[in-house]
Design a protein around this ligand. Structure first.
Ligand code: PBG
Length: 309
């Protein structure tokens, strides 16, 4: 009876697995995110292969960049021989059918640890967008099928679409972080990449957690600018936003269950306070029920295994 009347089904095909990588030969455990690794290129390829074998269609890459390569204007982000382009090529060579999604933002590359270029304590929106365009074209050149701007600069979706088309990458999709909130749930992620802002916070470009209508304004802009998919982030504390966005668009809606959401479940279950498997599955079905078609989650592999049981 429960199966017949169930309204929401979760499948491995809904998941995108976020993967961290660094330019070292060894795989390294991430202290702030138990169960997650900073992968070497070999480790990354192996991990993505395991995800694919479990039915997970896509991965999204987050690089930890060596301090010596970080600059004020983040030039390393469009180095064709850089870590991310090399990783994309290795993944596509090993698994042509794997969808590789990339993060478009400057924070891993920027000495200021901000998603944009900082000058006198302010983010330079338009100068940043120019660099983001070079970054996305570089990722597309290496073989990424989906570029995902997480930077929250204004006008970047239209600019990326124009730059990708002009470079001959009409088929590369844009998954926009449409409603990305200035959230304290990103803490463990910034620890994983050493990408926390050196000064200030991200409140001048990420959204205020108090705002709901603003997400729909961001959605209208992203649709007009040519986004192919729209994302809400974080997920668990923003189910109302996922639901609103679902109601107002025909585009695929993605939601990102972020590092803090992952860590809270991990640490509460490590202490025996909650059942990890049950809470993991409940958190994911709730995100799906709220209206997400695509879920970015560090639990992707574990959840896919549970779904096979
Ligand atoms: C930055 C970026 C962040 C995350 C994804 N891309 C952090 C931030 O905005 O500071 C967070 C993901 C997570 O917490 O799991 N471009």
């Amino acid at each position: 009876m429960r199966a017949l009347t169930r309204e929401t089904l979760l499948s491995a095909g809904d998941f995108v697995l976020p993967l961290f990588l660094h330019d070292l030969e060894v795989d390294e455990a991430i202290e702030s995110m138990p169960g997650c690794m900073r992968w070497s290129l070999d480790g990354l390829v192996k991990e993505a292969g395991e995800a694919l074998a479990l039915g997970i269609p896509a991965v999204v890459l987050f690089p930890a960049i060596e301090e010596s390569l970080k600059t004020k204007k983040a030039e390393e982000c469009f180095n064709g021989m850089g870590l991310v382009p090399r990783a994309i090529r290795a993944l596509k060579e090993a698994y042509p059918e794997l969808v590789v999604m990339t993060d478009v933002a400057l924070d891993p590359y920027n000495i200021d640890g901000h998603d944009g270029i900082v000058e006198d304590g302010e983010i330079l929106n338009d100068a940043t967008v120019e660099v983001l365009c070079k970054q996305a074209v570089c990722q597309a050149e290496a073989g990424a099928e989906i570029v995902a701007p997480s930077d929250m600069m204004d006008g970047r979706v239209a600019a990326l679409r124009g730059a990708l088309d002009a470079a001959g990458y009409e088929n590369v999709s844009i998954c926009s972080y449409t409603a990305k909130y200035a959230s304290a749930y990103y803490g463990p992620f910034r620890g994983a990449l050493g990408s926390a802002p050196k000064a200030g916070d991200k409140k001048t470009y990420q959204m205020d957690p108090a705002n709901r209508r603003e997400a729909l304004r961001e959605l209208m802009l992203d649709e007009e600018e040519g986004a192919d998919m729209v994302m809400v982030k974080p997920a668990g504390a923003y189910l109302d936003i996922i639901s609103d966005v679902r109601e107002h668009t025909t585009l695929p809606v993605a939601a990102y269950q972020v590092s803090g959401e992952y860590l809270m479940i991990k640490s509460a279950s490590a202490d025996g306070w909650v059942n990890e498997k049950a809470v993991m599955m409940e958190s994911l079905i709730s995100i799906k029920r709220a209206g997400a078609d695509i879920i970015l989650t560090y639990f992707a592999k574990n959840a896919a295994k549970v779904l096979r049981e």
